[in-house]
Design a protein around this ligand. Structure first.
Ligand code: NDP
Length: 282
């Protein structure tokens, strides 16, 4: 069980990833991004999740330079955007990501969406394998991949993704995908763990939160960690960044875990991965 911001899960290639990190999607301004990342690191966060599509890799990199942690003490994830899929494009896009972050390597790099209509995720993955073998990325993974997409990588490529970052929260548990990933040792990382904020007024979780004298956000984050899931809640407010990590002094009971596990209604806040092709390289 993850018991601190420093605690890690061990991925299928031996790389250790913190269980709880900060997401930085939809941060309004460069300064807001810099402040959020600095606040997180100052308060003990090790792991930051960005992406080319968030338009803030540069500011994440700048914030980290302004922190008192060494690069190798942190765990930085970024993602390859849809329009950059394809073997050569992936190599170029990765290089550009490193330049924007002003870093020499990434801890984790993910294919952001499978974009099946473009049918390029297999060759894209082969480029990720090359970068991984060259030591430029410590762990390679995917995001928004369904069981079928993961199976195709298993059939046609060499390396099994270390992580699949998917939409996951009490309203979207994805049990079949989750079971496949467990069988194949692919770690689940939850995006929009708070359902993009939509779960923060939920009555069922509110009642549970009262019992522990915790907030709804804290209960959901704890539920992720007790389920063995990596979670990356986003906030730009220092008090919330701190509060979202104040989850190590309580444990949800078996009954409360079961209640939240039972809330699934297959509700997505984001698009269906089989359909989404925004900016796809066709
Ligand atoms: P979250 O589910 O983390 O919710 C974030 C929202 O909740 C924001 O509006 C934030 O507001 C608010 N919030 C956070 N903490 C609290 C709190 N303690 N109390 C009250 N409100 C709170 O949403 P995201 O969609 O941002 O997902 C998290 C991360 O997942 C992203 O930032 C990104 O890194 C990743 N992601 C990946 C995707 C992918 O396709 N791979 C897709 C979507 C997200 P405020 O900032 O004002 O505090």
């Amino acid at each position: 069980m993850i018991k601190s911001l420093k605690d890690t899960y061990t991925l299928n290639n031996g790389v250790k990833i913190p269980g709880l990190g900060l997401g930085v999607w939809q941060v309004d301004t460069p300064q807001e991004c810099i402040n959020a990342v600095k606040a997180a690191v100052k308060n003990g966060y090790i792991s930051i999740d960005t992406a080319k599509a968030y338009d803030n890799e540069e500011y994440v990199g700048q914030a980290i330079k302004e922190c008192d942690k060494k690069r190798e003490e942190l765990f930085i994830t970024s993602k390859l955007w849809n329009a950059d899929q394809g073997y050569d494009n992936t190599l170029k896009a990765f290089d550009a990501t490193l330049k924007r972050l002003d870093m020499e390597y990434l801890d984790m790099y993910l294919i952001h969406w499978p974009v099946p209509v473009a049918d390029k995720y297999v060759e894209t993955w082969k480029a990720m394998e090359k970068l991984n073998k060259e030591g430029l990325i410590r762990a390679i993974g995917v995001s928004n991949f369904t069981k079928a997409h993961l199976q195709r990588l298993a059939d046609e490529c060499e390396i099994i993704p270390a992580v699949n970052q998917i939409e996951y929260h009490p309203w979207l548990i994805q049990p079949a995908l989750n079971a496949y990933m467990e069988e194949n040792n692919i770690k689940l990382e939850a995006w929009s763990p708070l359902a993009h904020g939509e779960l923060l007024n939920n009555e069922i979780i509110g009642k549970i939160a009262e019992k522990y004298n915790k907030s709804i956000a804290q209960v959901i984050i704890k539920w992720d960690l007790q389920n063995g899931v990596i979670t990356i809640p986003k906030s730009v407010k220092e008090e919330r960044i701190i509060a979202n990590a104040d989850v190590f002094d309580f444990e949800l009971s078996v009954e409360d875990m079961a209640t939240i596990n039972g809330m699934n209604k297959d509700y997505r806040t984001g698009p269906d991965p089989d359909e989404f092709d925004m900016d796809a390289a066709k």
